[in-house]
Design a protein around this ligand. Structure first.
Ligand code: ATP
Ligand code: MG
Length: 251
């Protein structure tokens, strides 16, 4: 999808900082993701990527700065509020209910995210199940609908987690290492499905260590190092940036 970067950002961070004791895990980071973009967030281990996702999905309070979503200040929003506004995320360590079936995982994730009493009282279960089945089909794991989630491969579980995040039909998805522990074939499946979702209007912010994935999907990339924004640019600019190469491979 061709993103309009002149538009108001969908998600924006201004001078975001998060400390753990004396450690600045995220330090004065500015960024913006516009509607329709696929933006990468990269950086060496421990550079603050997941912490920034935790701040954006409101699982962590920030110490200073501002977070805006759809132009609204959500710096103090609760996780369920920002989820309802249309932000979904996945986790670096996959969170699925291993003893439950794939379908049950999809249905439960929908219930957690939709806490509205009125919606829960509506006879919408049929629609919810239909949506879950359609998404599993779209993600090419429909044959696993009745399998226990714990029996899935790493890649199949990543696809399930993406499906769970898709249940409430979010506008932006924050995916934390969606290719980690995934075999090359399923990495291609994930890439292809994200492309289709993006063409349908979904915006993405991707934490990734797989540089090919970033190059193939992202129009822009932010690089964190020691909690600070080290660089931003196109994937090509980033992989040629001396400071970035040094952060990854330097002493
Ligand atoms: N809950 C926490 N309490 C204390 N320190 C934390 C906590 N979470 C993260 N940190 C520290 O904050 C820094 C950033 O960690 P974070 O997990 O955000 O990095 P990351 O870029 O996601 O790394 P990786 O690529 O390994 O996943 C690290 O030094 C980490 O040890
Ligand atoms: Mg991380």
């Amino acid at each position: 999808m061709i993103a309009d970067t002149t538009e108001q950002p969908l998600l924006e961070g201004r001078n975001v900082s998060k400390y753990f004791g004396g450690l600045a895990a995220v330090n004065n980071v500015d960024f913006a993701v516009c509607p329709g973009e696929i933006v990468g967030l990269v950086g060496p281990n421990g550079s603050g990527k997941t912490t920034l996702f935790d701040c954006l999905s409101r699982l962590q309070k920030i110490d200073s700065g501002q977070i805006l979503f759809k132009g609204q200040d959500v710096t103090r929003a609760r996780p369920y509020q920002i989820a309802r506004m249309g932000l979904a995320r996945t986790f670096q360590v996959i969170r699925v209910y291993r003893k439950m079936t794939v379908l049950k995982n999809m249905l439960i994730s929908h219930q957690w995210k939709d806490r509205s009493i009125l919606r829960m009282l509506q006879p919408s279960h049929v629609n919810t199940e239909r949506r879950a089945r359609e998404l599993l089909d779209f993600l090419q794991i429909a044959h696993l609908t009745d399998a226990q989630a714990g029996h899935l491969s790493g890649g199949q579980r990543r696809l399930l987690e993406i499906g769970m995040a898709l249940m409430p039909d979010p506008d932006i998805m924050l995916l934390d290492e969606a290719t980690s522990g995934v075999n090359p074939t399923l990495i291609e499946t994930i890439k292809d499905r994200l492309r289709v979702l993006n063409a349908q209007g979904k915006t993405f912010l991707l934490i990734e260590h797989n540089i090919n994935f970033i190059v193939d999907l992202c129009s822009r990339v932010y690089v964190l190092n020691h909690g600070e924004k080290l660089a931003e640019g196109t994937p090509q600019e980033i992989i040629e940036n001396e400071a970035v190469i040094d952060a990854y491979f330097g002493s």
